[in-house]
Write a protein that binds this ligand. Structure first.
Ligand code: GDP
Length: 370
């Protein structure tokens, strides 16, 4: 499944946040095996209020949310790309991830040592992103050397190597200017050719500002570290999520009523975890469709652009092979109508074929041959 790697300098709150995410996942889905599968890998339920609404309408016995994976990637220090600390292992772990959540320390606490001796989110980000960029440059140089050796034989291979080389040279130029690979415009052919390198700075990045509990009420507006971070992220077109790892950890210890009371006393509404998980889901280019009935209401994850048979294949490969058609209704049309039968009466239930591109929130009922 798709993974988001949690990175950041030591002592910024990565593990605290990772543990809170995993505890939250367990609480959201008591009857589903969301869990920490390895000490640093957790499968987490994606919170979605539409599930409860659908389940109420269908009188479902159970709800099954969809999930994303988070990986706590420790060990990045200055010099990681040169193999310092757990450098190489760290970079290999990130390479396997589909998106990156970078935790940035925006809280002051003299009891928690900062590796650089002072709180400076923009500088912290530069350290991390510099290591990622160096790793990418090394990777690209190796690839360019291989292309230069000229093993390509056919005309097509030579032509495609030329295109790849051009794209890689533009990416290196961008990295040299402190700009990530994802900032370089590539056409479709170039994207495909470059994809194999799994460049770290090509992956979508979310910045998670770890703030003090007093910063939750105004979402960090009064915190100049958060302000600096937002400006930096805006230049890179990246999302910023405000979260307090410590508060999230404390919330997991409380029962729901106490947790609600605690959040209210801080002037905060929903936990930052929900925003972080949702942002990760979005950045991964994922959509949710639903199946609903008296047995269960369930969310399924697909990639943007998948057709109805491909979406059916997420449930079972036989569904894709034997796909005939899908009965589908948009989430709002279903909840407006209150049932499939009413939605049909309203003319909102559609029959869709193999070409149909599934949309966010579609409720699907697949017809297939076995
Ligand atoms: P990591 O090295 O990035 O994984 O950081 P940890 O999660 O281990 O946290 C390092 C220290 O900072 C621990 O003592 C945490 O209790 C503390 N810490 C984490 N988040 C917060 C926070 O939001 N506020 C404060 N005051 N301390 C925090």
């Amino acid at each position: 499944s798709l993974k988001t790697g949690i990175v950041g300098l030591p002592n910024v709150g990565k593990s605290t946040l990772f543990n809170a995410i995993c505890e939250n996942g367990k609480a959201q889905a008591a009857n589903f095996p969301f869990c920490t599968i390895e000490p640093n890998v957790g499968i987490v339920a994606v919170p979605d209020s539409r599930l409860q609404t659908l389940s109420d309408l269908s009188k479902s016995v159970q709800i099954v949310p969809t999930s994303v994976e988070f990986v706590d990637i420790a060990g990045l220090v200055k010099g990681a790309s040169k193999g310092e600390g757990l450098g190489n292992q760290f970079l290999a772990n990130i390479r396997e991830c589909d998106a990156i959540a970078q935790v940035v320390r925006c809280f002051e606490d003299e009891n928690v040592i900062h590796v650089a001796g002072k709180i400076d989110p923009v500088e912290d980000i530069d350290v991390i992103n510099f290591e990622l960029a160096l790793a990418d440059i090394t990777q690209i140089e190796k690839r360019l050397e291989r292309i230069a050796k000229g093993r390509a034989k056919t005309k097509e291979e030579i032509a495609s190597n030329e295109i790849e080389k051009g794209a890689l040279e533009r990416i290196v130029a961008s990295l040299d200017q402190n700009q990530p690979a994802r900032a370089v415009p590539l056409n479709e052919e170039e994207s495909v050719l470059v994809k194999g390198l799994q460049l770290l700075t090509m992956k979508p990045m979310i910045y998670a500002a770890n703030v003090a509990e007093t910063d939750l009420a105004d979402q960090g507006a009064g915190n100049h570290h958060v302000k600096a971070l937002r400006e930096k992220a805006a230049q890179e077109n990246c999302e910023v999520i405000i979260v307090s790892a410590q508060v999230e950890a404390e919330l997991r210890e409380l029962d729901p009523a106490e947790a609600e009371e605690y959040l209210q006393s801080l002037g905060a509404s929903e936990g930052g975890l929900t925003s972080l998980i949702s942002a990760a889901y979005r950045q991964l280019g994922l959509l949710t469709y639903f199946t609903t009935g008296d047995k269960e209401t369930r969310a399924w994850t697909i990639r943007t652009g998948m057709t109805a048979p491909q979406a059916a294949g997420v449930i079972h490969s036989d569904f894709e092979k034997g796909f005939i058609r899908a009965e589908t209704v948009a989430y709002e049309d279903f909840t407006d109508a209150g049932s499939t039968a009413k939605a049909r009466d309203n003319g909102k239930l559609r029959l869709e074929g193999k070409e149909y591109i599934v949309k966010e929130g579609d409720i699907m009922n697949f017809r297939f041959n076995v």
